[in-house]
Design a protein around this ligand. Sequence first.
Ligand code: ADP
Ligand code: MG
Length: 236
Amino acid sequence: MLITLQDVSKCYSGVPVLEKINLSLQPSKIICLLGPSGAGKSTLLNILSQTEAADSGSVITSPKLKLSYVFQEDCLLPWSTVSENIGFVRDNEPAAARAEISSFLDEVGLSGYKDHYPHQLSGGMRQRCSIARAFYHGGNALLMDEPFHSLDYHLRFDLVHKLIVLWERRQCAIVFVTHDIDEALLLGDEILILSRHPGRIVKRIEINTPQRSRSLKDQELMLTRTDILDQLLDVQ
Ligand code: ADP
Ligand code: MG
């Protein structure tokens, strides 16, 4: 396991935000955390990255753990070009860095934009740049906090698809936070549904079909979707 949480709870000013969370992040697997706004999803990512301490329970990390992060906002440096924004996360020999960055830019469909500045890119392109940066960083676990939330339907699915291809090639583990059922259905090996006030895992769903062969039109996935929807409406 890369990270294991055992009975992790967290309060802010005496108000419980997370209660007895148990999860295990295995190498190369994708966990989707799905829940309404305010359920404690970002807090849980912060606990996983140990930027926030749990009040009780244990956070056990493998000595091999190397984390990368993709935030809700793209968090690009406005004064740096696309390739500088990607390159600064690693100390790499310049020629090797150029070649590697360019191959990541190809994979996210940004070749030809390496010398552009963030303000010259659309929201979807900026988010593609931050995903390329996270993969270039080369962690074996990637935490993603609603990375596609501000994008329209088509862009979201394009990026979900690109993410699957990048993940298949690098095989890192991913914890993907979303409030979008379809993103969770397409990406998750395991989907954890969080309730609100306090955030508790109210359901765990495993999907065994490989991500690459999933379609939202599949009967089985549609049934799982209905199941999740019922659960989410129940916890609102
Ligand atoms: P989500 O990401 O699911 O929308 P968050 O983890 O951001 O939820 O927040 C869960 C709850 O914890 C919210 O009610 C939020 O206001 C509260 N909260 C989050 N971070 C802090 C903090 N640093 N101090 C106090 N309250 C916080
Ligand atoms: Mg959040």
